[in-house]
Unconditional design. Structure first.
Length: 341
């Protein structure tokens, strides 16, 4: 069974892309082109997410998805975080701003769940954890299918027991945050290996994610057991994406990616830049505390057009990323997919 049965003609999902690149126009364009577009609810108040849903529904009547961050709370090294605050005071002087307050929030969790149940997007997906079975069943009874991002067979088994309809299997190659339920520093598993491990652990349909940027990548993921693929970094240069200009320029330049905690306190893959080189050795494990700490600094660097001071999330396949409208990109991938079959 396909994760996209009755939702899309193509086995293509637009990843949520929280933190700026996600827009209603991007999600609508992907759905209208025959895939499944997603809105990211992360880092936004529920009221702002509802505004995005209103805008999205004004642009397309096709199926769409909504992604929520599960509110995990990992242990934080308070001493290491305090030391990082002092480093960020020095970093902030570069841009003329003060660092933010390191704090934990649940990202407006309850209000967003209630919003999802009321507005009933076709799919509700979760990252950083999986809600309890009663929440999954409540949302399904509201009319939503439920997906969960997993990075291990153990997480896949837990999400399957909670009753989800599909699993987004995120390999080590993925850009942005690793969607692990608990950020304990474990080595991420390459996508091809992870798909095999998860397929052995569950019969739930799989959506492959991580380093996918071409028709050949899509074919490989489908051959490895996925019923669909999620493309994230591959959409960062789309016309409709809210990707900042310095991020766009960095995506077009030669570089390398690696995992870092420097920006948010949780491991994420991005293009290596000065901020990462300067601060990664000192970055504490502490999400979202470190995210809020560095947010004003990153915003100031972004406004200044300085790609060396912002998180340049990108997967390992980012050099294959092309510009154009999201609809054109989806059509190109569909043509490449058809040509390889």
């Amino acid at each position: 069974m396909s994760a996209l049965q009755g939702l899309a003609e193509l086995p293509i999902v637009g990843a949520p892309l929280a933190g700026g690149p996600s827009t209603p126009a991007l999600a609508a364009a992907i759905s209208d082109a025959g895939g499944l577009g997603f809105l990211a609810a992360g880092y936004k108040a529920a009221a702002a997410v509802e505004d995005d849903l209103d805008a999205l529904r004004s642009l397309t009547a096709r199926p769409v998805g909504l992604n929520l961050f599960y509110p995990t709370r990992d242990a934080v090294d308070d001493a290491a975080l305090a030391g990082y605050v002092e480093r960020m005071r020095e970093e902030g002087e570069r841009y003329g701003v003060e660092p933010g307050e390191p704090r934990w929030t649940d990202d407006d969790w309850t209000a967003k769940l209630e919003l999802a149940a009321r507005r009933r997007p076709d799919v509700v997906s979760f990252t950083f954890g999986c809600p309890e079975r009663d929440v999954v069943e409540w949302l399904r009874e509201s009319g939503c299918r439920i997906w969960c991002t997993v990075t291990s067979a153990a997480e896949a088994r837990g999400a399957t027991e909670a009753g989800v309809d599909a699993l987004v299997v995120q390999g080590a190659e993925a850009g942005g945050h690793q969607g692990t339920f608990e950020d304990r520093g474990q080595d991420p598993v390459p996508l091809a290996v992870l798909l095999d491990e998860v397929a052995r652990a569950t019969a739930v349909p799989l959506v492959a994610a991580g380093g996918i940027a071409s028709g050949i990548d899509i074919v490989a993921a489908l051959a490895a057991g996925a019923s669909a693929v999620a493309l994230g970094s591959a959409l960062l240069l789309a016309d409709e994406a809210g990707t900042s200009q310095p991020h766009r320029e960095a995506m077009k330049a030669d570089g390398t990616t690696r995992l870092t905690r420097a920006f948010t306190g949780r491991r994420a893959r991005g293009i290596v830049n000065r901020f990462m080189e300067d601060h990664d050795p000192f970055a504490p494990r502490g999400y979202p505390e470190a995210h809020y700490l560095t947010a004003p600094i990153r915003a100031a660097a972004r406004s200044a057009g300085d790609a060396e001071g912002i998180n340049l999330w990108a997967g390992t396949g980012y050099r294959q990323v092309r510009e154009g409208s999201a609809g054109e990109l989806v059509e190109r991938w569909a043509s490449e997919l058809a040509a390889t079959r």
